[in-house]
Ligand binder design. Structure first.
Ligand SMILES: Nc1nc2[nH]cnc2c(=O)[nH]1
Length: 155
């Protein structure tokens, strides 16, 4: 993964999060072989409570790139994947996930979260592989979630 520019891809996810400033969870999937963005997604839980940003990106990926070798893909997300999303990332076979804001930060700032770290989900799936990297553009991502929480506290 060292050949990838994590900040560049996370910046794209941060920009995408502007589509849903009240729930700024957005994701970008990058092919580490070419550096190309192969899918994007954003939180649509106003339509369906399980439609998280990562799920949206995976659904679009599956629709547009059937048969792609997903082990070479990296999913960038403004916030650490919740257990549902990290499970979906594993089931999709995505090789790595990079996040900005941590679940710990979200919980501390009033966001309803299931407090299980993405790394812990991977650890509990023996034999599955998914590299987890946190804290990329963390200050910018934290600011997105702080701003949204201030605008609508108690979510
Ligand atoms: N990572 C993540 N956590 C969430 N918690 C609520 N919605 C979301 C989402 O779309 N992504």
């Amino acid at each position: 993964m060292s050949d990838l520019d994590h900040e560049r891809s996370m910046r794209r996810a941060v920009a995408l999060a502007a589509r849903v400033p009240e729930r700024p969870f957005a994701a970008v999937v990058v092919d580490r072989a070419s550096g190309a963005v192969v899918a994007e997604g954003w939180n649509r839980s106003d339509e369906n409570p399980t439609w998280h940003g990562e799920i949206d990106a995976i659904n679009r990926l599956v629709a547009s790139e059937p048969g792609i070798d997903s082990s070479r893909l990296v999913l960038y997300t403004t916030a650490e994947p919740c257990p549902m999303c990290q499970g979906a990332i594993l089931w999709a076979g995505i090789g790595a996930v990079v996040f900005g804001t941590s679940i710990r930060f979200l919980t501390a700032t009033g966001w309803r979260q299931i407090d299980i770290a993405a790394e812990e989900v991977v650890r509990r799936a023996p034999g599955w592989r998914c590299e987890v990297v946190g804290g990329v553009l963390e200050a910018e991502c934290n600011e997105l979630f702080l701003t949204a929480a201030r605008a609508a506290p108690g979510r």
